[in-house]
Design a binder for this molecule. Sequence first.
Ligand code: CIR
Length: 261
Amino acid sequence: MTYRHNTFNRALMRRPADNTDAGLTSQSDVSVDNALMKQQYEAYTVALRDCGLELDILSSDDRFPDGHYVEDTAVLYDDMAFICQPPHPIRAGEPPSIAAELTHLRCIPATDDATIEGGDVLFCADRVLIGLSERTNLVGAEQLRAALHTVDSALKVDFVSFSGVLHLKSGITELAPGVILKSPDMHTDYDFGFTECITLPPEESYAADVLPVNDAVLIPDGFPTVGALADKHYARVYRLNMSEFEKMDGGVTCLSLRYRS
Ligand code: CIR
């Protein structure tokens, strides 16, 4: 079974620039192999196309060393595109450049006092979770909730305060209906009683970020627990080498903005 919110036919993406290691990272002394990152990026595009998605891939732009993490720039829901506002100046130019590609949707921009990134937004089960983090403040979360409610006033939207990981989706994603994967590094009081919530072993923390697409799932390669769980739920599992993105705190969800057209 796939949820409607994991059903897509199109995605917007941006190719990595040549200066990706000028982007933000929580890790020290990282050195990104840009050639390898571009290979890994191509493999990701092959997987998404194989899942049935048509891809609109923007050219790389050296003004945006984190620009390929397009998921953080907008939250798409039916005909609505909420345009996010990353707090770090180095990422501030990304959302307007993505909004320019989304003019076929009803764009609602975050206001200046809001900070919000799409990595903090998870559609799962019967609800949308918005993480309150160093990237997303309460103003941003409230504005996104209001924007979502312009599409569906009955949509259940919960705020999730957490710490220990960058984005909400660095800490939890929904592998399959009724199954959430959780990084042991993420700390929250939110009650996940509505679903099965599997806390991963510490060495697989990075793999809490998985991407179900239509009837398949994309996961980072090299994480046996997550691989076995993915195999249990899906006939098609794309294991992607994400080593260069991981150095910059990027996971499989963050490289594309998926939607139905
Ligand atoms: C950043 O720290 O903003 C980027 N280097 C990584 C963003 C990853 N985005 C995501 O997981 N949604």
